[in-house]
Design a protein around this ligand. Sequence first.
Ligand code: GLU
Ligand code: ZN
Length: 490
Amino acid sequence: MAFLGGRGCFDGARARRYPRVTVTSPPVVRFAPSPTGYLHVGGAHSALANWMFARRHGGRFLLRIEDTDTERNRPDLLDGVLDMLRWLGLDWDGEPVHQSDRVGDHRAAADALLASGDAYWCDCSPEQVQARAKERGGPPGYDGHCRDRGLAEGAGPLRFRVPPGTTAWTDLVRGEVSFDNATIEDFVLLRSNGTPMFLLANAVDDAAMGVTHVIRGEDHVNGTPKYLLILRALGRTEPTAFAHMPLLVNESRKKLSKRRDDVSVASYRDEGFLPEAMVNYLSLLGWGPPDGVEVRPIAEIVDLYDLADVNPSPAFFDRKKLLHVNGEWIRGLALDDFLARARPFLPGDDAAAALAALGPLVQERVRLLSEVADMVDFLWMDEPPVDDAAWDKVMVRGKAAPEMLDASTAELTALEGWTADGISAAVERAAITAGFTKPDGSPQMAKAPAPVRVATTGRSVGPPLWESLAALGRDRTLARLAAARVRLAG
Ligand code: GLU
Ligand code: ZN
């Protein structure tokens, strides 16, 4: 398959900055979506990296539903997230874990932190915290006011007592990352109502599930020192590694947003992107294969993909390149498979039969399954829609349209048999009659067929014209040429 250049694509030949990721025992990774929305491409990017890592190293890819934020939680959205993971082919191992089922464990962890002195109750209101920060003139945030007040439960939130020092880890994507603990406020573990905060539940669950590698989006980097502090204070085993995947950005280098950009994986499916193309393209965000062959099955990518090669800088989600990758994948499908996949994008059996008549010719020309219907509507509709811009350009402002329609009508009426080759020769003769000739007298076929195409298909682009007319049949072809001639005269 063709090599794809393109912006946002990472040069696979670049020297690796970190040693190849080595894994000595089967890793455990997880994708941990919060069902507060649909699956977006950034989430799919992280999920894919986890899945590939597990499959490459013979490990387990777990799913944890982070559903403890009851205010923003939408249980109905979970099915959509799972459907999209299935659609992408990211099969997970075992049953998904629901974080809400594990609140007892989160509370027990909070109790242990309280008992060891690593956590304390606080009764400061947000206004008080803010007012003191203002007075201090320092950075906003909590100042540890209640650290030694010995408050009892019930007064307010439970906070983590951040120790002095630094908290660091070696990130598989980012290298050494280190935080001065002085920049980390005593963060909240339990809300005033006793419910666990994301940071506590997230870290405690990873430890309980035996997660060895945390692979997630860059937006979680700032939470990672807190995650490590919690597990270290609990004496629990930490993951052996973290990989914070690059942020996905749009063409203005801005973080993809639900408002501005098309981010839902479902919307790509509905547009007619193939799941194979989607995971193929997602794998190329921040990464490139060492041999430069970008369009290839995910099974091959699994063997080549190494987190140490992932570029930490933001990756451009390039729709044009995605379209290109999709077109390559569509062309690579077996014809039957192509027809079957296009079927849901067609309005009915007539359209499906029309597509079958032109199958490979359409398959070569579309980049999206949703483009298929427009390519074949002229075949099954009695009166296919006429593209106004095409009509204006070719019929009204173009050269010798009436002459070309008349000459083609005469040649095609007289044509013996009705094959693509015969039609092609007939239209060539018509071109000469209508004055589309080169200096040597041969027909000038770059522009001559355009009026015939617009008259018969309603558009100026589509599958090859001779085959299209062969499939359309003589009667309908002649009727449409006549109708166009009338419209042109009128
Ligand atoms: N529920 C978190 C999110 O959707 C997951 C964070 C993580 O992967 O650790 O962002
Ligand atoms: Zn306080």
